[in-house]
Design a protein around this ligand. Structure first.
Ligand code: SF4
Ligand code: SF4
Length: 192
């Protein structure tokens, strides 16, 4: 059961997933997770932390303490711009950017990403395109992204889309690569 303290939710230990920190620390990038000293350098240097629901420092702490739901459902992991600033500055050499990738991968695997948030939808649709054709088709990618996030935006952007089509900058013709058989095992390995 949860109680609210202002806007903050109190979570009891029984609701936490204490294996989450271990699981993430076994992935590439999470090796030094438990050595974090909570200095906050990562949050201070992050250009996106202003817009994040949890700063990188908090995300690291929450991961160690088993706040799996909060971490995987956060917007933070999708707002990370992969600039590597936090990774370069961390005094404990924690690969925070890689951690963000690990969280994103897990959130997609478990289907807990924010469903109408453009970034995860775009990532998933991009991967689907590459699986089907070996490359991405920008027109279809954008159409599917808008349909699955905000269909009204599709209408708003239609004029720009027509202009791009007219200028040949956004082809709708689907081109499939030749080496699909060679690509498939690579994509299978990425998904594991
Ligand atoms: S910079 Fe590194 S040690 Fe400092 S809070 Fe961030 S992850 Fe932890
Ligand atoms: S890699 Fe992501 S979390 Fe790290 S500083 Fe850049 S935007 Fe922030």
């Amino acid at each position: 059961m949860r109680e609210k303290l202002g806007q903050r939710k109190i979570k009891y230990q029984a609701e936490l997933d204490m294996n989450f920190g271990r699981e993430i620390s076994e992935k590439y990038g999470g090796e030094n997770l438990h050595q974090c000293i909570q200095c906050g350098t990562c949050s201070a240097t992050c250009p996106m932390s202003l817009y994040m629901d949890y700063t990188p420092r908090r995300l690291v702490a929450m991961t160690r303490e088993g706040f799996k739901d909060e971490v995987l459902k956060s917007f933070t992991i999708w707002l990370c711009a992969s600039c590597y600033s936090c990774t370069v500055d961390c005094p404990k050499e924690i690969k925070i950017t890689q951690l963000m990738y690990a969280f994103k991968q897990k959130a997609i695997e478990e289907g807990v990403y924010p469903k109408r948030f453009a970034t995860p939808v775009l990532a998933r649709e991009f991967f689907k395109n590459v699986r089907r054709w070996g490359r991405s088709n920008e027109g279809i990618l954008l159409m599917n992204m808008f349909l699955k996030t905000n269909p009204f935006k599709l209408f708003k952007q239609s004029f720009l889309g027509m202009k791009l089509l007219w200028k040949g900058r956004m082809p709708l013709k689907i081109e499939k690569i030749k080496g699909m058989n060679e690509l498939k095992p690579i994509l299978d390995a990425v998904e594991k």
